[in-house]
Design a protein around this ligand. Structure first.
Ligand SMILES: C[C@H](OP(=O)(O)O)C(=O)O
Ligand SMILES: [Mg+2]
Length: 314
């Protein structure tokens, strides 16, 4: 803690003296990006909070592009598809190609198709939003649930028998992600599939982030929203998003990365920084999102670099 308090006492990322083991290497920030050919950007908490750009983020992405670097955007937020993120980037004035965007909804669809070899005649029961449905469709995977009104009724008069008798025998997986329409009916269907004695139903989470940053603060994230299924079904899901391997595998299927010349930039230690460390790339924690300096020693996760935000990297 000592070095961090000195660090912040010395204010904006000058050359503070550092003594402790494990301390992040607070190099002079000039020309940091010259060390890398590829920059992996987390989105929520790094580029934006909700729909509000974080000051300096757009300019930093432009600077990195001008320097001829490969940029890849890696988000655990499963509420949007790549198309929807492309539209968001466009609206926010950040020039991004669709194939530079890797969201946990897309990575989950890729994981089902290529890792699990999900049969074409099987269906996914979706606890999630349009973006997840779109990405399943993009990989030719059938689904039910999700935004279908039948599963989004909020009523105290639940017909439990209808749920149990109405299960679709073709469901072979439950995929749970961020879902603002989460409700007891949908959870009851998902639970019934996950605990079905008749069928082998895989359990996948797009991500398990505990919280979700908005400009006005934090809210429950996918990890919090899928915990009712984890607790009630007593099953251990496969989690696709950062820091887990399926997300990195999805990127490596399409992009060339030299780990020695790649930097992962994120705001959450236990997803973004761990993801970079698992991928043996350098990591930069920005303090514009979820994790705080105190979290570093509390979680024992030490980024290679720290910055207040992208704006502070010259
Ligand atoms: C869901 C969101 O994902 P990110 O874009 O930060 O990976 C977050 O929880 O911060
Ligand atoms: Mg983030």
């Amino acid at each position: 803690m000592l070095f961090l308090s000195r660090f912040f006492l010395s204010c904006d990322l000058q050359q503070p003296s550092i003594s402790e083991m494990h301390s992040p290497d607070l190099l002079q920030y000039d020309k940091l990006i010259d060390k890398f050919d590829t920059l992996l950007f987390d989105c929520d908490g790094v580029l934006w909070r909700g729909n509000e750009l974080i000051p300096g983020s757009k300019e930093f992405v432009e600077k990195v592009r001008k320097a001829g670097k490969q940029v890849i955007f890696v988000t655990n937020n499963a509420s949007n598809s790549r198309n929807q993120y492309k539209a968001k980037f466009d609206k926010l004035g950040i020039n991004v190609e669709r194939d530079e965007i890797f969201g946990s909804a897309y990575a989950s669809a890729v994981y089902l198709k290529y890792n699990l070899k999900f049969p074409a005649d099987k269906k996914v029961f979706v606890v999630g939003m349009k973006g997840l449905e779109e990405e399943l469709e993009s990989e030719g995977i059938q689904y039910i649930g999700g935004t279908d009104p039948k599963y989004n009724t909020i009523t105290p008069d639940i017909d439990f028998n209808a749920i149990k008798s109405g299960l679709d025998k073709d469901v072979g997986a439950v995929v749970a992600g961020f879902d603002v329409m989460l409700n007891y009916t949908k959870l009851s269907y998902a639970y019934s599939y996950l605990t079905s004695k008749e069928h082998d139903v895989k359990f996948i989470l797009t991500n398990d982030d505990s919280t979700f940053p908005q400009s006005c603060g934090l809210f429950p994230g996918s990890g919090a929203m899928s915990s009712p299924l984890v607790v009630s079904s007593k099953r251990k899901p496969t989690v696709v998003g950062k820091p887990n391997a399926p997300m990195l595998e999805c990127i490596l299927k399409q992009k060339q990365l030299n780990p020695d010349r790649t930097l992962m930039i994120g705001d959450r230690l236990n997803t973004d920084i761990s993801f970079g460390q698992h991928g043996n790339v350098k990591t930069l924690l920005v303090l514009s999102g979820v994790s705080t300096p105190e979290d570093i020693e509390k979680e024992g996760i030490y980024p290679d670099y720290i910055a207040r935000s992208l704006k502070h990297i010259r």
